[in-house]
Design a protein around this ligand. Structure first.
Ligand code: NCD
Length: 314
């Protein structure tokens, strides 16, 4: 494992190892406070972000390393016309690892092909978001105790939602996962995910339009916002933006141990009244994101675990 561009760049063993390391970090944070001393993370964010960028930065700081970077394309030389490859080649001279978010699908892959330091895809257009997938896996594992035998409902913008594409791709690698895809017709999952992942791998999935029809079957409900910035036309966004609003009324028929996930940011697809329900896990999920990114960066940088922890590096 040199870079993380697609969730399937990691074997299932590597994923288990990263999740186990994240669990060890959670149980003894002070022990990991200096493992990345002298290392620098560059966060190259050509698109807005709160959780992903700040959790990467917090993760590196919590490991004792430091952070450089930018948080918008306007404040980098992209505004002058520089290519992604040249930006990456330059940053390689200043940092030990790169986390890149870009509106164009494939941009982090291009960066990774041009440098010798690890590149992490922190979200590329409507394509993939592998570190959110690791976050989601850690949240599911910590709260249900398993990554198999689950019925998961994905609800909202399944067309443009990269976190959904990434998590479906990844969960398809585990045993006995049932996928229920809840979206309006216009926002259904792209054909390449349906054909190449769900159909080709004979996964149990179905597409529905009404959340109420299926909510009682779910172990996990993965809510998403309608991705305004990826619409070509404002009128379509306005028509579709309020397609689903999860509230306490809809939760009446849900399982008592349902887990409600959301990569955030939320717009209005989960009513704030749901936040105090113990099934609402989205803010805990954001915290798991920091720990899993600590674990991932330790592995990509081949950092040794503190004495007495784990089995060493992979
Ligand atoms: C997601 C993203 O950027 O794709 N956010 C995140 O990274 N937590 C989801 C979104 O923006 O809707």
């Amino acid at each position: 494992m040199k870079h993380l561009i697609d969730p399937t760049d990691l074997t299932l063993n590597e994923i288990d190892d990263i999740l186990a390391l994240a669990e060890r970090i959670i149980s003894d944070r002070p022990a990991y406070a200096e493992v990345a001393k002298g290392k620098k993370l560059a966060t190259l964010f050509f698109e807005p972000s709160t959780r992903t960028r700040l959790s990467f930065e917090a993760a590196m700081l919590e490991l004792g390393g430091s952070v450089i970077g930018f948080s918008s394309a306007d404040s980098s030389s992209t505004a002058k016309g520089e290519s992604v490859a040249d930006t990456a080649r330059t940053v390689e001279k200043y940092a030990d690892i790169i986390a890149m978010r870009h509106p164009k699908e494939g941009a982090p892959l291009v960066a990774s092909m041009n440098v010798d330091i690890p590149v992490i895809n922190a979200g590329d257009g409507g394509h993939l978001h592998p570190t959110q997938t690791l976050t989601d896996l850690l949240t599911i594992k910590e709260t249900t105790g398993r990554l198999s035998d689950l019925t998961i409902g994905f609800c909202g913008d399944l067309k443009f939602g990269r976190t959904v594409h990434s998590l479906i791709k990844q969960l398809s690698r585990y045993e006995n996962i049932r996928f229920i895809l809840i979206s309006p017709q216009e926002l259904q999952i792209p054909d390449y995910i349906k054909d190449e992942v769900l159909i080709k791998q004979h996964k149990d999935f179905r597409e529905v339009e009404r959340m109420e029809e299926v909510i009682g079957e779910l172990d996990i409900l993965y809510m998403t916002r309608v991705q305004k910035e990826r619409f070509f036309n404002e009128a379509d966004y306005i028509r579709l933006k309020d397609s689903y609003i999860l509230d306490m009324e809809k939760l009446k028929n849900a399982k008592q141990d349902l887990k409600i996930l959301h990569p955030l940011p939320r717009v209005n697809e989960i009513s704030v009244e749901v936040d105090k329900d113990p099934r609402a896990l989205y803010f805990a999920q954001a915290e798991y994101g920091k720990f899993v990114r600590m674990a991932l960066m330790m592995r990509l940088l081949h950092l040794a675990e503190p004495q007495g922890k784990g089995e060493g590096t992979c």
